[in-house]
Design a protein around this ligand. Sequence first.
Ligand code: ZN
Ligand code: ZN
Length: 363
Amino acid sequence: MPDFEVRREKLRRQMKKTGIDALLVTSTTNVTYLTGFTGDDSFLLVTRGDALLLSDFRFIEQLAEECPGLVVSIRKLGTEMHEAVGQAILSCKVGSVGIEATSMTVDLLERLIQQAEGVQFVPTKHLVEQLREIKDRDEINAIRDAVQIAQRAFAVVRAALRPEQTEKQIAHELENQIRRFGGDRCSFTPIVGVGPRGALPHAVLSDRQIGESDFVLIDWGASASLYVSDLTRVLVTGRISPKLEMIYNIVLRAQQAAIDAIRPGAVMQEVDAAARQVIEDARYGKRFGHSLGHGIGLQVHEAPRLAAGQQRPLKAGMVVTVEPGIYLPGWGGVRIEDDVLVTRAGHEVLSSVARDFADCVLS
Ligand code: ZN
Ligand code: ZN
């Protein structure tokens, strides 16, 4: 079991720098990260010396199982959450309480201000998210598992592809296989884009059949033990077109250039630029309209981002996707996505689905 108290201690160091006496954690994912509790509708109040989880009757047993030792307050029937939180804040006698500006609602804040008179509420951003950027050993192992499960599921689905299968059926089959291999679910609704539909980076699943085009783009991932993977491959299901091969190889070179640039200290936007340069040099720069990658962990899109404007350095322990693409409206899209761990020595590509163009051709 991860040491959640260690995570909360790191958070306290961040709180000290910010000058707040306590932090009210309202983001469900952040509560999970700091306690191991996987239910919802529960908040965590972290003070300089303690932590209190505010929850309700429905979660009593789950809390005992998932976070033994954590101090829990179950609110009484008829007590609203804001009343319970207000009372908890008043009883720990703090002057200022940080709130998570990206998850706290205006309604809750207004009620808390009324409830906890004299307490100053300070909006904060990303205090917990920044800790979540650096994965510990347990988290890296969980991501490795999520990658393995996604890859096994893909291999089975790939081997069984038939021309009459639809995008929806393939997505459904990926979900089935992910569960069969021990995953909890897909980490997001898979994207299966037959032919021109692959030009929509976030295509909605349709009834279009594999046999209607010569290639298909599949973006999928598994969620297992709370952590996720996120991968993309293009499969050639019909005739091999020289244009597809040409574009595929540009994207592959772009991806490799970015992966090669990943190491501790590398500036995030420069990793994005390494891939973008390859695609620009091939005159497809305008057809790569999204950023290069994002962190994965408890969520499928989390900090950091590999994108223009991101001037922070990568650090060992970060896990990011590297997913350049070229999208030609009416023709289709090619994206290749892998999951990469930043290591002390450089990087490790966690995913291992073969990437050469020849490997994408179904025999
Ligand atoms: Zn993806
Ligand atoms: Zn992604």
